[in-house]
Structure formats: C-alpha cells, structure tokens
Ligand binder design. Structure first.
Ligand code: NAD
Length: 489
C-alpha cells in the first residue's frame, strides 16, 4: 500500500546498477521507535530475481577476471565512504531497527572492520605450488563460485550483510543480497556506496521481499551458493531447499545462550556484563545472554544485576524491539514463566516511552527460579529478558547448557582458571566467553555456532568463509622433455 507520510523514498530493487521497481506488491517499513512509516518495500517475485541473476551472469566473467588486488581497491574506497557517512548510516539503522544510536554506531563500525578483513584477503589466498615429481608441478588456486546470494535478518541491517558481501565480492563472486523486508533501508545505502566506490554495475544487486524471494533464491538456476542468517526455523528450510537444489549453503539460526555464573565471579563486572549482554540491542542479538545458570550461592551477584537492570531506561539507553508482535511475544513468555512458578525480579512488561506512544518497547526483565523444563528456558525469546536457572554444582550447570537445542554462544564468569577451562571444554557451543558476556570472535577469527544455531560446513566470516566463497583449481604442468616418460604421462 502506498503511503504519503513516509520519511524515505520508496525502496526499490537494485539490479544492473539501477534502482528499479516493477509494480510489485508493497509493504510499509515501520520504525520501531515510534511506529512511523519510514518507507515502503517491494515484495519481489522470482521474475525480479531472475533479472538480477541474468545481469550478474553477464558481468561475472569480467569481474572474476580482475585480480583480487584490483577488486579490493574498490572495497578500500567503499570503507572510506562508510566511515565518512557513519553518522548517517547509524541514524538509519537506529530508525529502521529501533536499537539505540550508540548501538547503531557500533554496528556500522563493525561493518568497517568486516570490510577491512575483506581488503586483507589478497594476503591470505596466494595459493600453492610444488614440484610433485621431477619437472612436474602442481599449482592450487582459489577461484570464485559465480553468482551467490546472501539472505539477512532484521537485527543487524548493516552489519550482517557485511559478514558476507565484502568477502564474497573480494573473492570474485557476483552477489545478490536479500535484506530483511522489515529493515530494507541500510541495503539501499550499501548499494549506492558500493557503486560510488566503483563497483561495476550488476556485480552487486539487492532484491527485496520475504518468503517468496527466499524460496526463489533456493530454487533458481544460476545461483551457486547461499548464505542465510535468521531464525532456526527458516535456516532449516533454506538449508534443505538450497542444498536439495545442489547449491552450497551455510545457514545460521537462532540461539539460546547460557552464561554460567560461579560464586567467585567478580561481582560488579559480572553483573554489568550479564545485564549488558541480555539487554544490549534490546536482547535482539543472536549472541545475547538468554539464560543465566546460577551455580551455588550467587545471590550477591543477582542483587547487583537488579541494580544494573534498573539503570536501563527504555527509549534512552534501551532501544525498541522490532514490532508490536515481537513485544507481545516477549511479554507472553514472561507471563507464562510467572504462571509456571518463576519469580519476576525486574519486570519490563508495560514499558512505554512518553513521547513515543506508537513505539514497541519492553523493559529489562530478570526472572529467577526458571526451571529447564519451562518454555522460556527452552525457546528463543529474543528480547531484553534473562532467565535465571539455579544449579547445585558446575556439572549440573553444564548439563543444563548442553541440553539446549541451540549452541551459538556460552560463557562462564569466574576468577578460577581451572573451572573456566573446564567450561571451555564442556560447553556445547561454537563461541565461548570467559568473563565476556558477548563473545563475538573478531576478525580474522570466524563467527558461527553449533547444533541448531548453524547448518553447513564452516563459519560465515573470517578465514573460514574463504573456503565457502571459493573453489580450488588444481593444475598439473610439465614442460621439460626428461619428464615426458614420467609415470604420470
Ligand atoms: P527470520 O528467520 O524470520 O528471517 C530471516 C530472513 O528469512 C529474512 O530475510 C526473511 O525475509 C526470511 N524469511 C522469513 N520467514 C521465511 C520463510 N518462512 N521462508 C523463507 N524465508 C523466510 O529471522 P529474523 O526475525 O529476521 O531475525 C531474528 C532471528 O535471526 C533470531 O532467531 C536470531 O537469533 C537470528 N540471528 C542469528 C544469527 C546468528 O549468527 N546465528 C545472527 C543474527 C540473527
């Protein structure tokens, strides 16, 4: 539905270096901060996707024939543009996603770091050569895959596309981005800035939409690899569908991250870190603390956490959640837990911001005496809510952590190195923190969880992603006559 009150121009697809719209069905883009209509986004069809694939295939031979050193020159320029426009990009993330401006600035700064990693790829993909028998050489080179697609979620509109797009481009692929339809504005600026940096038309495209376009990406001929970041439910669908169509796929899913807090943990630091982890970005991070396993007597830390949570004021240092439906879902989890016998120590239900009545806010919430069988202990809430589960000892705490279907992150808070080491060894998660509430491995280390938090081989960022976006070409040569009768002849 077209709206006349929107703040930003109509979002269009970016295909062949041009913004185009084809009269597709449209959806309003709503700011979670106050419910205002920011823009409208097209819900594209397979036909739109096929156009982007066709354009990408046309330019792929020239793009992939450039050297990687030439390709990353464009990314160096792009990085400069992102830095120069950081404030504007952060404002956009703030408005379309609802996180605080400070969090949005940190998100865009992380996109810069991810682009820097892509710029460093020429130093990491130099290939190999060896004389394997007299006069016979084997050489191994990394080659791009062709046209690839990246599907993103709503919670990091700028950063998650930067997990994949710069690396895939630097390595010589043409990329089609499908942003979340609820936060499509950052991707528009990404396309504009890549073009301004000198990226040839058609090498990068943006195709907007929801389920239909994701399914088309999994099905269409000509897309060789698909990266997905989103909920586990959809990650499973995408992984199965893309691989059944013989595409390479890595699909990152949801999370339920457990922080194990031991009685000897540093009180102030632990309380501040646990609350920051559960409430940062309004709890809408796949690395957010969702469950705190209280090992033995840690009430002194919980008391401090209550003080920390009360310092968070919605609309000031605690952002909005993405939609009215998300607010309702989060509050429902809290109410269900309370009914099931848990004790709400800090209650974020009914939070409102006086001058932003149309916004979607949930206050920081701490719930104690949650049991592992409760719905809130098992499912992803994706809001500023932490469930405290009591454990008698460390082995029971590890058992609780291990029983989760997810496995993105886990952390331990203690001052005992031996116990920390034990948790590092036993936790069933891909990213482990010791006295760190959000243990994101920064570049060049890779990002990716275990269990139902990730499907596919390898991680989505860092060195691990090089394998995903490339294939190896092995060439064996001989030029000298004395090797003509070699057993390989
Ligand atoms: P989502 O799964 O609803 O959507 C992700 C993408 O899939 C979007 O582009 C959306 O348009 C598309 N989509 C939605 N439903 C679909 C369907 N039925 N079929 C095909 N495509 C569909 O996720 P979201 O709500 O945008 O993001 C939040 C989720 O993402 C959380 O579960 C969070 O934990 C997860 N996440 C995970 C990571 C990670 O690294 N593991 C990072 C960020 C977010």
């Amino acid at each position: 539905m077209e709206t006349i009150t929107q703040k930003y121009p109509l979002v269009e697809n970016f295909i062949g270096g041009k913004f185009t719209s084809n009269g597709q069905e449209k959806m309003d883009v709503i700011s979670p901060l106050d419910g205002a209509v920011l823009s409208t986004v097209p819900l594209s069809t397979a036909k739109d996707l096929r156009k982007a694939v066709k354009k990408a295939k046309e330019v792929y031979p020239a793009w992939s024939a450039m050297t990687i050193k030439e390709r990353v020159q464009i990314l160096y320029k792009y990085r400069e543009l992102v830095l120069q426009n950081l404030e504007e990009l952060a404002q956009l993330v703030h408005e379309e996603n609802g996180k605080t401006l400070g969090e949005a600035r940190a998100e865009v700064a992380k996109s810069v770091e991810l682009t820097e990693f892509a710029c460093s790829l020429p130093q990491m993909v130099s290939g190999q050569i060896m004389e394997v028998s007299q006069g016979v050489e084997c050489r191994v080179e990394r080659k791009p895959l062709g046209v690839v697609a990246c599907i993103a979620p709503f919670n990091f509109p700028h950063m998650v596309p930067h997990w994949t797009v710069p690396n895939a481009l630097a390595l010589g692929n043409c990329v089609i981005l499908k942003p979340s339809e609820v936060v499509p504005l950052s991707a528009v600026r990404m396309a504009e800035m890549l073009q301004e940096a000198g990226l040839p038309d058609g090498v990068f495209s943006v195709v907007n939409g929801g389920k239909e376009i994701v399914e088309a990406i999994c099905d269409v001929k000509g897309i060789e690899a698909v990266s997905f970041v989103g909920s586990t439910k959809v990650a499973k669908i995408v992984y199965k569908r893309a691989t059944s169509n013989l595409k390479r796929c890595v699909a990152l899913g949801g999370a339920k991250n457990h922080l194990l807090v031991l009685p000897d943990a540093h009180v102030d630091m632990t309380a501040a870190n646990v609350v920051a982890s559960m409430a940062g970005c309004a709890g809408q991070r796949c690395m957010a603390a969702a469950a705190m396993v209280a090992v033995g007597e840690v009430d002194h830390i919980i008391e401090k956490m209550i003080d920390e949570a009360k310092k968070l004021i919605v609309g000031e240092n605690l952002g909005a959640v993405i939609s009215a439906a998300a607010k309702k879902r989060i509050e429902r989890y809290i109410t269900q837990a309370e009914k099931a016998g848990a004790k709400v120590l800090v209650d974020g239900r009914k939070a409102t911001v006086p001058n932003k009545k149309g916004g979607f806010y949930v206050g920081a919430t701490i719930i104690d005496h949650v049991t592992p069988k409760m719905k809130i202990a098992k499912e992803e809430v994706f809001g500023p809510v932490i469930s405290i589960i009591r454990a008698d000892d460390l082995d029971q705490a590890i058992e609780i952590e291990n029983s989760s279907n997810y496995g993105n992150a886990a952390a331990v808070f203690t001052q005992n190195g031996g116990l920390a080491r034990y948790v590092m060894e036993k936790a069933s998660a891909g990213m482990i923190g010791v006295n760190i509430g959000v243990p994101v491995p920064r570049e060049p280390f890779s990002f990716g969880g275990w269990n139902e938090s990730k499907f596919g081989v390898g991680d989505i960022t860092g060195e691990s992603s090089i394998e995903f976006w490339t294939q190896l070409k092995k060439t064996t040569t001989k030029w000298n006559p004395e090797a003509w009768t070699n057993w390989m002849s």
